[in-house]
Write a protein that binds this ligand. Structure first.
Ligand SMILES: Cc1cc2nc3c(=O)[nH]c(=O)nc-3n(C[C@H](O)[C@H](O)[C@H](O)COP(=O)(O)OP(=O)(O)OC[C@H]3O[C@@H](n4cnc5c(N)ncnc54)[C@H](O)[C@@H]3O)c2cc1C
Ligand code: SF4
Length: 486
């Protein structure tokens, strides 16, 4: 155990953010570089090393949290990094981007602020990279088996790394021009600088994983042919089909899916554009959807110099404390102030968009909304509450309905879908097509990075077993696991 009195002697402290007026002028991560390390050992000492560490169950990866807290407290960064990597291929992603369901399940959180697990995680891995202790782990011998991974988001990367290290020859196919999935083109630089992905890709290349960008399976390469070429296939193609808003005026210029807007800004940071082809500069921006994707649009619009930013959410504003039906250690729906919300803008809850109005050039000019409330369990419009707000750029961030079915991949493989429209799989992540596996959002539906990594690791075990008859690779989660959390 770290320090038996740590939680009595120290309160919770988290990473310090840069002042808003400074950070909205650039795209770097919002945190003060180096601010965590001086406080992190004390923070790790607050861990009580509980007899039953509920945080393990809160984390979909089953991260060995009390063990690495103890090492972080003792400043044994090498041992802490080894424990962290035992369950997580990419802690620098989760340590920056995870909503930390582990902290909702922390026992200290019953009557005190939880241990800042996510900050400890990112400190350990940043220190490990800084000291050069994250080395490639090439396999000692090759199995002679080949695996194609479709999609290079966190699920595909985790599956590829596990399988490469198990000795299989792995090629990752990605339709985009760069590797990383939503980590690369979706999540803005100010939440995670892309150098963290590049570093991992270099490690994976050195281990032997091959990457093929600009190849869309189904469109550029027939899926059935791919299956014949490889001994096994892992589909990690994400759930990229966005939910739309079919109301009058939807086809006006200036109304875009969030994922048409956000990647352009990522591409500016990559040096592909001088200025983004769709920009919020000088415009009244409305973001429809109150989740993570919406918050990313808000932060991006601030940095592009929007005249105003309004975020609309159809559901009521969540409470600031746990609701009775979301007791500890479940992951509660709470009112969240993300870094993007700290930077300004207005958030409007319990409203629904009825239609858009345009100007004579066919560009969106305003958005009409109406308040809604639950009546007999159904969201119902409140008569007389209509109003109009200015809108010159609208982004739709209302979630995703499943994996892309337009490119022909699903049909060419002959895959079954489940009742939610995701690619169906069994307990070993194998689809109805022998030797074809599925991991991450493509099988689970829109979810989180931590689940994608956990599924990629688990599917790798299924593939390894399929190829060799047995597997010693870990399986953190089953496809049906929802556990206590999101
Ligand atoms: C804007 C945004 C912000 C988010 N922020 C967070 C956050 O802060 N924290 C968090 O935990 N989660 C967040 N999420 C969710 C998280 O990013 C996803 O759950 C996660 O990336 C899913 O990983 P994946 O590997 O399954 O799929 P993806 O990351 O979607 O990767 C799938 C990849 O497959 C490729 N592909 C698809 N079809 C083909 C094909 N036929 N051939 C070749 N390649 C193909 C795609 O181009 C893509 O690169 C966010 C999501 C969005 C949209
Ligand atoms: S991956 Fe997420 S849930 Fe797991 S320990 Fe890290 S922050 Fe917590």
């Amino acid at each position: 155990m770290a320090d038996p009195k740590g939680f009595l002697n120290h309160g919770r402290e988290v990473a310090e953010s840069r002042p808003v007026e400074e950070r909205v002028k650039d795209w770097n991560e919002v945190y003060v570089p180096g601010s965590l390390l001086p406080i992190i050992s004390k923070q790790a000492s607050r861990c009580m090393d509980c007899g039953i560490p509920f945080c393990h169950n809160g984390c979909p990866l089953g991260n060995l949290i009390p063990e690495w807290n103890d090492f972080a407290y003792r400043e044994d960064w090498q041992a802490a990094s080894e424990r962290l990597h035992a369950t997580n291929n990419f802690p620098e992603f989760t340590g920056r981007l995870c909503p930390a369901p582990c902290e909702s399940a922390c026992v200290l959180g019953i009557n005190q602020p939880a241990v800042t697990i996510k900050n400890v995680e990112v400190s350990i891995i940043d220190k490990a990279w800084e000291t050069g202790s994250v080395a490639p782990q090439a396999p000692e011998r090759l199995s002679g088996k080949t695996v194609a991974v479709i999609g290079s988001g966190p699920a595909g990367l985790a599956a590829a790394q596990q399988l490469t290290r198990a000795g299989h020859t792995v090629a990752v196919y990605e339709r985009a021009d760069r590797i990383g999935g939503l980590l690369r083109y979706g999540i803005p630089e100010f939440k995670m600088e892309k150098r963290h992905i590049n570093r991992r890709i270099e490690q994976m290349r050195a281990e032997g994983t091959k990457f093929r960008t600009g190849v869309e399976i189904g469109r550029d390469l027939d899926a059935a042919k791919l299956r014949k070429r490889y001994d096994a296939v892992v589909i990690a193609a994400g759930a990229t089909t966005a939910r739309d808003l079919p109301v009058p005026g939807r086809d006006l210029d200036g109304i875009h899916q969030a994922m048409e807007y956000l990647p352009l800004s990522n591409k500016v940071q990559e040096g592909d554009y001088v200025a983004p082809p769709i920009t919020a500069e000088g415009k009244h921006v409305v973001v429809i959807g109150g989740g993570d994707t919406g918050a990313d649009c808000v932060g991006t619009a601030h940095r592009q110099g929007a005249a105003s930013v309004t975020q609309l959410e159809i559901m009521p504003r969540p409470g600031e404390d746990r609701a009775p039906h979301q007791p500890w250690p479940t992951f509660p729906m709470l009112y969240k102030v993300t870094s993007a919300h700290e930077e300004g803008g207005e958030r409007v809850y319990s409203v629904s968009t009825t239609h858009f109005e345009g100007d004579e050039d066919g560009r969106v000019r305003s958005l009409h909304l109406i308040e809604v409330e639950f009546v007999d369990g159904k969201l119902t419009q409140k008569p007389g509450t209509e109003r109009v707000i200015p809108a010159q750029l609208v982004t739709l961030a209302m979630g995703f309905t499943g994996t892309d079915q337009d490119n022909g991949m699903v049909g060419q493989f002959g895959l079954d879908l489940d009742e939610r429209g995701n690619i169906a799989r069994d307990a070993d992540y194998e689809t109805n097509v022998p030797g074809v596996f599925v991991a991450g959002d493509a099988g689970r539906g829109q979810s989180l990075i931590v689940w994608a990594i956990a599924e990629g690791r688990s599917a790798a075990r299924g593939v390894d077993k399929f190829l060799t008859g047995v597997s010693s690779l870990p399986r953190p989660v089953r496809p049906t696991d929802r556990s206590l959390v999101v």
